[in-house]
Ligand binder design. Structure first.
Ligand code: SAM
Length: 351
């Protein structure tokens, strides 16, 4: 039965591809509840009630790519483009550090302005100013040589969602010039270089099926990333997927739980997209196995311009407000925001 498979997953942390398919196809609401409570227990065993935070700095909304789902795709003429300069980024970090962030995540479109030299220059400055902080980059596909330069400059982590572990599905979501094989190569390169690597996917993206999702879970079991970012797909009005349905809260929570059971020490964020489809999405995410939050540290003026999807939350509040609100919400569910770099904990043996 599905509940037996879920118990097996929580003990062995691995299943076959067809078992994942079966779980995704046949689970009932009760099974979902079981998965979420097993996941919560597993998170508590590894991380207690602490939740790690990362300060997210949205570096640039210029992008040379045209991912069909993404609001900042190069063909979206509605977007008012911006990029942050070194001094602005450093002042985001300064404020973030004061607020208790010990990881800075610089994320952005694939913007050719940010050459390796510029990225290394920015990273070197942050590394010098904040030796006790982790630096995460999420700026897309680069050559192995570029990744090596970033690593040498002091970047610790790299987030690059695989988006889907099914090549055909990948091609449905992206124009021909983007290749699934190259994305997989990038993830492999990042891992070999020594980064803590994050992959991930959208829940409910157009043409996603039980089969493609099962492949995502199996991929994560095999690849063993340090982090995994998942959130619901949310349509953006100016993209070709404008009329598609958004991913659901329930399915996202169930997948968070399964990911926790696949890798007990995984760093698993309750994402902004999850908080966007439901007012309590992030709290429910934490209650289903997530253990990371990534509040926005970008300057307030640019937040309204980094719109990957419609109705994105946290586009107006200042950073202090964002953090204080989350702190309150977490307290209400018995969780605690930590002032910590938030590296993955060592895996504990199952009793
Ligand atoms: N350019 C970098 C990259 O591709 O890795 C980082 C920025 S990219 C905008 C970050 C993530 O946003 C993507 O990996 C994608 O999964 C997510 N995203 C984009 N459009 C979205 C949408 N409409 N709904 C939900 N998530 C979306």
């Amino acid at each position: 039965s599905i509940s037996e498979l879920l118990h097996l997953l929580s003990e062995k942390h691995q299943l076959s591809l067809s078992a994942y398919e079966k779980i995704l196809q046949e689970r009932t609401e009760e099974d979902e509840e079981l998965a979420r409570s097993l996941a919560k227990e597993c998170t508590e065993k590894h991380y207690g009630n602490g939740v790690y935070t990362r300060g997210l700095i949205e570096l640039t909304n210029y992008c040379k790519n045209n991912c069909y789902y993404c609001g900042i795709q190069r063909e979206n003429a509605e977007v008012e483009r911006y990029r942050l300069f070194k001094e602005e980024i450093l002042s985001c970090c300064e404020e973030g550090y004061r607020l208790g962030f010990r990881t800075f995540v610089m994320q952005g479109g694939e913007d050719p302005y940010f050459t390796d030299e510029r990225i290394v220059d920015i990273v070197t400055a942050i590394r010098e100013a904040y030796p006790d902080c982790a630096i995460t980059l999420s700026i897309g596909e680069k050559s192995r040589e570029s990744y090596e330069k970033y690593y040498k400059a002091g970047v610790n982590r790299y987030l690059l969602r695989h988006e889907t572990a099914d090549e055909e599905h990948y091609q449905y979501l992206h124009p021909k010039e983007l290749s699934w094989k190259r994305r997989m190569r990038c993830l492999q390169d990042l891992k070999e270089i020594g980064f803590q690597v994050g992959c991930g996917f959208m829940v409910g993206s157009p043409h996603q099926t039980v089969k493609t999702l099962a492949k995502d879970l199996y991929f994560i079991q095999e690849f063993q990333p340090d982090m995994c970012g998942i959130g619901p797909f949310i349509p953006q009005h100016a993209t070709r997927f404008a009329k598609e349905k958004a991913g659901s809260l329930r399915e996202t929570l169930f997948l968070l739980a399964l990911l926790r059971l696949i890798k007990p020490n995984l760093l698993l964020p309750a994402t902004t997209a999850l908080g966007t489809i439901d007012e309590h999405g992030r709290e429910l995410g934490i209650l289903s196995g997530a253990n990371v939050l990534m509040p926005n540290l970008s300057p307030t003026e640019v937040r309204k311009k980094y719109l990957l999807y419609d109705n994105k939350i946290c586009t107006g509040d200042e950073s202090a407000q964002c953090r204080a609100d989350l702190e309150k919400k977490m307290k209400a569910i018995g969780a605690e925001l930590l002032v910590d770099r938030g590296d993955a904990k060592k895996e504990k043996e199952s009793e």
